[in-house]
Design a protein around this ligand. Structure first.
Ligand SMILES: Nc1ncnc2c1ncn2[C@@H]1O[C@H](COP(=O)(O)OP(=O)(O)OP(=O)(O)O)[C@@H](O)[C@H]1O
Ligand SMILES: [Mg+2]
Length: 235
């Protein structure tokens, strides 16, 4: 079952009187139960692609559907609600909120949805437990290492059980053990009928993927996982 779809969606940025085509018109669909990896060189358009899927930028052209909702014409408040209900984000920079503790950061998506403090706290501690972070509940983000902050931001993305999870380099600051913990979590989530999209440079994540999209110079194309693995072996 489809969770998000782009139809000829593209993004052009104006800088001065020149235009940057960050993403050419792209067709893309992700179903529940899939984990899609997005790979490609720096500046190729990967973050732009998931930002369109995350409704954090407006497309310059084309159409975006999230869980059956056609997003065009929605105002900022309506769009924020679509995001809150449907999408968990793990950003390239962790975007944890500095004056809030680890526990409060992870509770936030739920309190924003109007859940009680008690319910939000229980869910936050369960999510942090999955990522091995319960020993730092009362810490502020600045007291944590990069890998620990990344695990907290993943717990925050998981906590509301959103049908779609968008992750931009979720394993960049993680050691081998944390990578397998995080990827196992994401794979479990996909298996429980969520859609998971992971932007990565990290070859270690390939075995976890159900599909691979390669972005190059603003053009996204699906490539076969077996072809890609062969290609890597022949480098
Ligand atoms: N707000 C913006 N204004 C102007 N140009 C932008 C903006 N955001 C991105 N771009 C340009 O669009 C292109 C694609 O950027 P994008 O961030 O999607 O790349 P990326 O594949 O995520 O790269 P990286 O691997 O370095 O994160 C780049 O040329 C970038 O300079
Ligand atoms: Mg990027």
């Amino acid at each position: 079952m489809e969770i998000a779809r782009l139809e000829q969606a593209g993004k052009v940025y104006q800088s001065g009187d020149s235009e940057v085509v960050a993403l050419h018109p792209t067709d893309f669909k992700i179903n529940r139960g899939e984990m899609v990896l997005i790979i490609g060189p720096s500046g190729s358009g990967k973050t732009t692609l998931i930002s369109l899927l995350g409704c954090v930028i407006y497309p310059s052209q084309g159409k975006v559907w999230i869980n059956g909702t056609y997003t065009q014409g929605l105002n900022d408040v309506a769009l924020a609600n679509v995001r809150l209900k449907n999408i968990g984000f793990v950003f390239q920079s962790f975007n944890l909120i500095a004056p809030l503790t680890v526990e409060q950061n992870v509770m936030l998506p739920l309190t924003l949805q109007g859940k009680s403090k008690k319910e939000a706290g229980l869910a936050a501690r369960a999510a942090l437990d999955k990522l091995g972070m319960t020993h730092r509940l009362a810490s502020l983000p600045k007291m944590l290492s990069g890998g620990e902050q990344q695990r907290v931001s993943i717990a925050r993305a998981l906590v509301g059980d959103p049908p779609m999870l968008l992750c931009d380099e979720p394993t960049a600051s993680l050691d081998v053990k944390s990578v397998s913990v995080v990827m196992q979590q994401l794979q479990d989530l996909a298996a429980q009928s969520h859609g998971v999209i992971v932007v990565t440079h990290d070859q270690r994540l390939i075995p976890y993927a159900s599909r691979i999209i390669e972005v190059s110079d603003g053009m996204a194309k699906e490539i076969s996982k077996t072809d890609y693995v062969h290609h890597l072996q022949n480098l």
